[in-house]
Design a protein around this ligand. Structure first.
Ligand SMILES: Cc1cc2nc3c(=O)[nH]c(=O)nc-3n(C[C@H](O)[C@H](O)[C@H](O)COP(=O)(O)OP(=O)(O)OC[C@H]3O[C@@H](n4cnc5c(N)ncnc54)[C@H](O)[C@@H]3O)c2cc1C
Length: 154
């Protein structure tokens, strides 16, 4: 919802939104003279460039030698179906939280907004992340990982 709101506000303020268009390359012109961006669909000139490619950012920072400044880790989150029903976990009834458990493991979650079905989100806060890239990440979630998280909910 907040991403959507930002997009709407950006468009109201003159931004042209372009989706599903991969940036292939960019380069800065001489100092202060802006940038050229090459995408799958064309070539764009701009005064400034802001790169917000998340875990793919390394690929777009290679030409300025910053590709090794970012480390990407696999992190997982889960949505649990509460035994007593979702109502106490809905927005308005339940907080955004970070919980420090007795063994110093941190867990966090959000109230249910109904956007992802009726689950309550629970996740480890940056625990045990394996280094990867968006191409090599293991996108499976394993039973053993579910059990490890469930242990803190019991
Ligand atoms: C496990 C996990 C759970 C999270 N849960 C929440 C949550 O519940 N609530 C919350 O508010 N935040 C959550 N976050 C944080 C949130 O996901 C990030 O803060 C947010 O996604 C960062 O947004 P971003 O736009 O910077 O990057 P991203 O969301 O990673 O977006 C990067 C975009 O760049 C695009 N891109 C990449 N390369 C190119 C290219 N060459 N050309 C064009 N486009 C390209 C990608 O397709 C992608 O759309 C979570 C993060 C993790 C890891």
């Amino acid at each position: 919802m907040s991403v959507y709101t930002h997009l709407v506000e950006a468009e109201k303020n003159g931004a042209e939104l372009r989706f599903n268009e991969k940036v292939l390359h960019w380069e800065a012109r001489s100092a202060g003279e802006g940038v050229t961006v090459i995408t799958e669909n064309g070539r764009f000139e701009a005064g400034k460039l802001i790169i917000t490619a998340g875990p793919w950012s390394s690929q777009l920072l290679k030409n300025v030698g910053l590709e090794n400044n970012l480390e990407v880790e696999r992190q997982i989150m889960m949505f649990f179906e509460p035994i007593g029903g979702i109502e106490p976990f809905r927005v308005g009834n339940f907080p955004i939280y970070v919980w420090d458990s007795d063994d110093y493991t941190q867990l966090y979650g959000f109230p249910s907004s109904g956007l992802r079905g009726e689950g309550a989100k629970v996740a480890f806060f940056r625990k045990g992340g394996i280094r990867c890239t968006p191409e090599t990440i293991d996108r499976n979630v394993y039973e053993e990982e579910v059990n490890r998280l469930r242990h803190y909910l019991d």
